[in-house]
Ligand binder design. Structure first.
Ligand code: KE4
Length: 428
């Protein structure tokens, strides 16, 4: 079997950048990507047989860990009956019913195949329902790669240092207003200037794509007020937070109801899956009953719905979110202790089972707080942790994810590795 380095050379010959998603190329942390062969629970194994404790978590979907038996058997059973019909199935109704039962603001949901598709469809729906064209997003927040969102986006776009991508027409970019996360006065000012023409404001209620940035006390409720004042729809992008920061997502955790909820990652259980939902009055504006067109060959796909159902059913078990909180708190606490003893300026910001270790002097409240972030130190930290057998997201602007599969031993192993790498950093 080739090594990861050899496989990457092969990949570069036939895949742009050697990857199917830019951030996987490890551009901001140096080195070359590791190729993985399999994952089980909290562990990943690379193609050379090396095992790692995984904190990247496939960017969020694997809240139950890799290859959870219930998910694997559900997908295998579904596959034995056919992988796609392009027609109605019972499973898609059952998944929609489960989603509706978890998100109190959602009466109806349309299933799609990715977070990008969910966010771009939600945007079109908001524009169709309001008859307005302009939107507000936040610098540093990422909502997938649809044109309207690639304006100072987070995640890979931030990592690549490409604030807005070539190929996004200037005329379209002009319709996207940028605001500052956690700054409700700034949001009010943007709306004062353009309020009557704004269809929607879209926000990650807990930002995860500039690293994890929790909402300040009155920020989300302030967004609700401003949108109501100006007749704009409030869209919560819960692709990361949905079913993760609580059973009903961030809207349940913080008690603010959006008009449209965008979902992905966990709802697909690791299969391509996503969705967007809201009150029937809004959702019924979608084709075929309504005029706003949206469609998808594989939407509600039997394998994706099987994985999503198995995942959400497991998340419905008693004590799951308490366990995720305990695991998340243990990791964050251990990392904070390691930071305190190493003399490096770093901090951990966490919500539940998602967190980021920032090499930043000040608390991160929005993208501006990251002007002095030491991405170079993060790169060294990433490489040191990989060497120590722990896979982190290959970017300072992403989140660590723990799952129900992470044990106390896993947490101890991650913390011990971090302490060692941070000590080395502190001595340089
Ligand atoms: P996907 O199209 O990648 O399924 O979802 C887009 C998306 C939408 N909204 C939020 C809040 C998201 O975080 C994402 C995707 N997240 C990134 C990493 N933070 C996916 C990783 C990648 O791009 O490879």
């Amino acid at each position: 079997m080739d090594s990861s380095a050899e496989m990457f050379e092969r990949a570069l010959r036939v895949i742009p950048g050697g990857v199917n998603s830019p951030v996987r190329a490890c551009g901001s942390v140096g080195g070359k990507p590791v190729f993985f062969r399999e994952g089980h629970g909290s562990r990943l194994v690379d193609i050379e047989g090396r095992e790692y404790v995984d904190v990247m978590g496939s960017w969020g979907p694997l809240i139950l860990g890799h290859a959870h038996p219930d998910v694997v058997s559900a997908v295998c059973d579904a596959a034995l009956g056919g992988t796609s019909f392009g027609a109605c199935t019972v499973a898609e109704v059952e998944l929609a019913e489960l989603i509706v039962s978890r998100f109190s603001s959602v009466e109806k949901v349309r299933l799609v195949s990715s977070g990008t598709e969910a966010a771009m469809s939600a945007l079109r729906l908001a524009r169709g329902v309001t008859g307005r064209d302009e939107i507000v997003k936040f610098a540093g927040c990422y909502h997938g790669h649809a044109d309207s969102f690639l304006i100072q986006a987070g995640s890979g776009a931030l990592t690549l240092g490409v604030p807005s991508s070539p190929g996004v027409p200037e005329e379209l970019a002009k319709l996207t207003h940028l605001a500052r996360f956690n700054d409700i006065d700034n949001v009010r000012a943007v709306f004062e200037e353009a309020g009557g023409s704004i269809a929607a404001l879209i926000v990650e209620p807990v930002a995860g794509n500039m690293g994890v940035v929790p909402p300040a006390g009155d920020f989300l409720s302030g967004l609700r007020e401003v949108c109501d004042e100006h007749g704009a729809l409030l869209i919560f992008d819960e692709v990361i937070t949905g079913f993760r920061v609580s059973a009903g997502g961030a809207q349940e955790r913080y008690g603010v109801a959006p008009d449209i909820t965008v979902m992905g990652k966990v709802v697909g259980g690791g299969r391509p899956g996503g969705g967007f939902g809201g009150p029937a009055e809004i959702m019924d504006q979608l084709a075929p009953g309504g005029p706003v067109y949206q469609a998808g060959t594989l939407s509600g796909n039997p394998l994706a719905t099987a994985a999503g159902l198995a995942t959400l059913r497991a998340l419905g078990e008693e004590g799951v979110y308490e366990a995720l909180e305990t695991i998340g708190a243990a990791l964050a606490g251990g990392l904070e202790e390691a930071i305190a003893s190493c003399g490096v300026s770093a901090r951990v910001q966490r919500v539940g089972s998602m967190m980021t270790l920032f090499f930043n002097e000040i608390p991160v409240e929005n993208l501006d707080s990251l002007d002095g972030v030491r991405t170079d130190l993060y790169a060294t930290f990433y490489q040191g942790m990989l060497e120590a057998g722990v896979t982190l997201p290959p970017s300072q602007y992403e989140a660590f994810f723990v799952s129900t599969a992470h044990s106390a031993e896993d947490i101890e192993r991650i913390v011990s590795a971090a302490a060692g790498v941070l000590r080395t950093l502190g001595q340089t």
